[in-house]
Design a binder for this molecule. Structure first.
Ligand code: APR
Length: 247
């Protein structure tokens, strides 16, 4: 890691009044959870077709395969533990998290649930596909196979946002409010390639927010002030050491 850039990033953090974290799959990579588009050989979208496994059309054509695939991911998450990046951020309970991740590793590391806004939902829950309102926690160790909603008989499916679906409105409103209020945003482990989530960074920038990237590769968005290149589990403990950050 570039020590000079780390010092500059710490200076920005030291002057910040309110800090938030926008994270993606790279934050959980060191916990053994595959990313979607990373360079690693196990990146999900290099092995599976997102339109078949993470879209309404894919679920309509083969719901059992979609549920089996999510249950396979749930099994991986059941074996995973929060990594040093999750733990470093949990040490700052005032931080607000806008995460694209559907895992619960931030919460398991000790981040208050109220401080984690899951833009793309949670793999730890099922909901009615007909959106009748039924939502149930599931066991990551022993998830249910394809089943029907007790309320209306439609299929139950993971409570995540699929391609082509809209983000939960109440979450979207809360994340926008955070982005308008912060003066420093940490962009951790995301390819910054999926809309509308990534427009939150533009919104924060338009309010004068500084953006610090933590990633193993240079980011594609040019809207960043500093890019700390390296694993999040290595960088975040050093970046956050000694600060008492608040939102
Ligand atoms: N530390 C920091 N960054 C890492 C690490 C690591 N240890 N390992 C990988 N990365 C970076 C990769 O370089 C990449 O830029 O994490 C990023 C992961 O990008 P994606 O796999 O595209 O994940 P994400 O940005 O979260 O994708 C957004 O796309 O398919 C949808 O719903 C899915 O929420 C997901 C969304």
């Amino acid at each position: 890691m570039d020590e000079k850039l780390l010092t500059q990033a710490r200076d920005i953090l030291g002057k910040a009044e309110r800090v938030a974290v926008f994270s993606g799959a790279g934050l959980s990579a060191e916990s053994g959870i595959a990313t979607f588009r990373g360079q690693e050989p196990d990146a999900l979208w290099s092995r599976f077709d997102p339109m078949q496994l993470a879209s309404v059309e894919g679920f309509a054509s083969d719901p059992a395969t979609v549920i089996d695939w999510y249950n396979w991911r749930r099994g991986k998450l059941a074996q995973a533990q929060p990594n040093a990046a999750h733990r470093a951020m949990a040490g700052h309970p005032g931080l607000m998290h806008l995460t694209q991740n559907v895992d619960d590793l931030l919460e398991r590391a000790g981040v208050p649930e109220s401080n984690v806004l899951h833009l793309h939902g949670s793999i730890g829950k099922d909901r009615c596909h007909a959106a009748c309102g039924i939502e149930e926690d599931i066991s990551l160790e022993k998830p249910e196979p394809l089943r029907q909603c007790k309320g209306c008989g439609a299929y139950m499916r993971p409570a995540v946002v699929w391609f082509g679906e809209t983000l939960p409105q109440y979450i979207w409103g809360q994340t926008q409010a955070v982005c308008i209020g912060v003066d420093c945003l940490l962009l951790v482990g995301t390819s910054a390639s999926v809309y509308p989530a990534i427009t939150l960074v533009d919104l924060a920038r338009s309010q004068g927010c500084r953006v610090i990237v933590v990633n193993i590769e240079a980011s594609k968005t040019k809207q960043t002030d500093i890019e700390l290149i390296g694993p999040a589990g290595e960088i975040l403990p050093r970046l956050l050491e000694g600060f008492s950050l608040k939102t």
